[in-house]
Design a protein around this ligand. Structure first.
Ligand code: CA
Length: 740
């Protein structure tokens, strides 16, 4: 498969011309407290989100609630609720459905406190709902702009919230961190946590620890410097900040990270190279986990910026700390405690940002319990570390890989030389989508297994051609058209679909081996929820929520959803009834760039909160139809040379939002059928002049020449006519003779 892969794909130029915007479907005004008076809000004297530190510390003992992003500080996503079990599953049906206000990808895990659900959707919108009925209590829209959407790599998603002492905390896509009144959704304080002139974004859930709310950021694909900040929950004042890579001069920042940089990290970077101008990366965009036993915060640190280490740090040969590391810092001060680097001198977008969970495993002396942190990062190894010291206890491959053959006695990966030298194009597996991405895994202490949503999607990496400079909005340092063929290769779209896949993997972290796996045809299936009734819940890209037997992987229940789910399910109980909730929508990375892997494009469904309960007899809304006429809007343009130029520029600037091969899964317009392709003038208005910038389609006239954008149009039109030739679209009707 790998050799074939090389011919088939390669999305090294995963760049975006536009901001993956399109707020077209979002014009509906948001109304607060719409409809009749909700039952919960009516209890006016009742405090909301009354979550104390003691309550957070003991979250696992209150399974009726879901008080933090990962269900408890240990983030095992294991619930001891058992009313939903093998006997009652046949009666599990739709309890209620809430339509969010905006379409696009939804990735969040809701929080439930005392019968109220707090949840985020796309565009960082926050919703408070009655957890029993789905009735809306309030909605807060931070009004992220289409232009801000242009700064994102991976859709305008948000993974969740934190709640504490009557406040709800949200990280907003444009870099704000906001504290909302849990009763009303009113903003109590709002901090801009990033330099908004740079391509920073926030998609991750904040975490609250002892009067501090902690948030990171993203943007390493586009060129930023990563850091994590703790703010006072009451005032929003900055308490500490830890940078994950040195500043370009290796001088102190006046931050708590200064000491360890002087002592350890500065020397792992050279003095020149793209990192000194582009930030170096190392963004902490997802995992921030509080280890309450050791009173430390575990940070999952992201990839280098640019990805290609030979360009990022050409004179050095150091590890580039703290890229791709698990980093432990003191919860009160942010002071460095320990780190473990999963991928020294990252070369392949191998973030260690993936979800981490904490548990006691029988790995102490004579099998005594030992507190460990576990992570399955993008690079394909499952790591078990001693939580107190960071000592590596085991690292085993949980997926096929081409970049490394194992981990040596020093805890470093044994690399396959060609994967780094790139003397020839190299098919790297796992690709940058990772063997595991942000989709949460769970741990069941009864089975001792970790349930991981895994991905398979390789990528061709090749150094840029020195005679043909990269022209891409992304900043990754590889040849943007590497591996991309002008024609869809032999085997067709079906063949391309076979390239990707994934699984629900039950992993034994003590033995370091898989127990069972359920394969999927498409990567980026949902996160997992484990329960004490021996069930694993997961939604998949086929559009269903499924329950599996935790011991065997047997599929024991399934229910269809509407839209494309990718989030993790969660569960809670109110008034003696257990509920299971999953979010669905249509968007996120896989839906935007890899439209080609889906059987057929769908319309951009609004985000939804779908909640199941025993005896639920609710009905799901009908899926929207994608009624776009699949007809080219222009006669073919240009020759093969022009198309090849257009392919390269499309791969470098457009495909991350509009889809590889110009094939969209329906999240954003499929450019092949767009009226914008009908003429030079129409194309220029949008692509060069930015007529639709408010929707996120930022004009590129300042960085691509007219000849270049014309070449992109010629390529898109060719892709439309190629679809006609494959029988997937219809040619426009010939003009009648009399029309002339
Ligand atoms: Ca990345």
């Amino acid at each position: 498969m790998i050799n074939q892969t090389k011919l088939l794909i390669g999305t090294v130029g995963l760049a975006l011309l536009v901001g993956c915007g399109d707020k077209e479907a979002t014009v509906t005004a948001l109304t607060e407290n719409a409809g009749s008076e909700p039952a919960v809000a009516a209890e006016a004297s009742r405090p909301m989100a009354e979550v104390s530190q003691a309550r957070l510390d003991n979250a696992a003992e209150q399974p009726e609630q879901w008080l933090t992003y990962g269900g408890s500080y240990d983030e095992t996503r294991h619930s001891t609720l058992t009313k939903v079990n093998r006997d009652t599953l046949p009666e599990l049906g739709i309890g209620w459905v809430y339509d969010m206000k905006k379409p696009r990808g939804v990735e969040a895990t809701p929080i439930v406190v005392d019968g109220v659900m707090y949840v985020t959707g796309s565009w960082s919108v926050v919703y408070a709902l009655d957890a029993r009925t789905g009735e809306e209590i309030w909605v807060y829209d931070p009004e992220v702009s289409g232009e801000d959407a242009a700064k994102g790599c991976c859709d305008v998603v948000n993974r969740g919230l934190a709640v504490y002492e009557g406040k709800v905390f949200v990280g907003v896509f444009d870099g704000r961190l906001e504290a909302l009144d849990a009763k009303t959704g009113d903003v109590i304080w709002s901090n801009v946590t990033v330099d908004q002139s740079k391509p920073y974004t926030i998609t991750g859930a904040p975490r609250v620890i002892k009067d501090k709310v902690i948030i990171g950021n993203g943007g390493a694909e586009l060129g930023v410097r990563g850091y994590v900040t703790a703010y006072d929950t009451d005032t929003g004042d900055l308490v500490w900040r830890f940078y994950t890579v040195p500043n370009p001069n290796k001088e102190p920042d006046g931050a708590i990270s200064d000491e360890i940089f002087a002592k350890l990290a500065n020397e792992t970077w050279g003095d020149t190279g793209a990192w000194t101008t582009d930030g170096g990366g190392g963004t902490v965009w997802d995992a921030i986990v509080y280890d309450h036993v050791n009173d430390q915060v575990l940070l999952g640190v992201g990839n280098g910026s640019p990805w290609n280490a030979a360009i990022r740090d050409p004179e050095g040969n150091g590890d580039n700390l703290f890229l791709s590391s698990i980093l432990a810092v003191d919860a009160d001060t942010g002071a460095y405690k320990w780190h473990y680097q999963t991928t020294p001198r990252d070369m392949w977008d191998y973030t260690a940002t993936q979800p981490m969970l904490l548990a006691d495993l029988p790995l102490g002396v004579d099998g005594a319990p030992r507190r460990v942190v576990m992570q399955a990062p993008k690079n394909g190894f499952f790591y078990v570390l001693d939580a107190a010291s960071g000592e590596l206890l085991s690292a085993d491959a949980f997926t096929d890989m081409t970049w490394a053959t194992g981990i040596d006695e020093n805890g470093r990966p044994i690399e396959v030389p060609g994967a780094r030298s790139l003397d020839e194009d190299f098919v790297v597996l796992p690709g940058p989508t990772g063997a595991h991405n942000w989709h949460p895994m769970s741990y069941n202490p009864d089975t001792g297994l970790v349930y991981i949503p895994t991905n398979v999607w390789p990528l061709v990496y090749s150094h840029p051609d020195p005679d043909d400079p990269i022209k891409s909005n992304w900043n990754i340092g590889y040849r943007e058209d590497a591996g991309w063929p002008l024609e869809i290769p032999a085997g067709g779209i079906e063949g391309l679909r076979e390239m990707g896949g994934g699984s629900l993997l039950a992993w034994d972290p003590v033995k370091g081996e898989a127990r069972w796996a359920v394969p999927f045809p498409v990567p980026f299936n949902g996160g997992t929820l484990s329960t004490s009734s021996g069930l694993i819940f997961q939604a998949n890209k086929a559009g269903e929520l499924v329950a599996y037997d935790a011991e065997t992987g047997e599929r024991v229940w399934a229910h269809g959803l509407v839209g494309g789910p990718g989030a993790a399910p969660m569960t809670y109980e109110v008034d003696g009834e257990q509920y299971v909730t999953i979010l669905s929508g249509w968007g996120s990375t896989i839906a935007m760039v890899y439209g080609v892997v889906f059987e057929e494009a769908v319309a951009a469904e609004t985000g939804r909160v779908i909640t199941f309960k025993i005896g639920g007899d609710g009905v799901l809304p009908k899926p929207l139809e994608n009624g776009i006429a699949r007809t080219p809007k222009s006669d073919p343009i240009g020759n093969e040379a022009l198309h090849t130029e257009g392919l390269k520029l499309f791969a470098g600037n457009c495909q991350w939002c509009h889809g590889a091969f110009a094939i969209s899964s329906g999240v954003l317009p499929d450019l092949r059928w767009s009226a914008m392709t009908s003429s030079d003038a129409a194309w220029d208005t949008v692509v060069r002049d930015g007529a639709l910038s408010a929707r996120g389609m930022v004009g590129v006239g300042d960085r691509l020449t007219k000849e270049e954008t014309d070449a992109i149009r010629a390529y898109v039109v060719k892709q439309a006519w190629d679809a006609v030739a494959r029988g997937e679209a219809t040619a426009p009707a010939a003009p009648s003779v009399s029309a002339n």
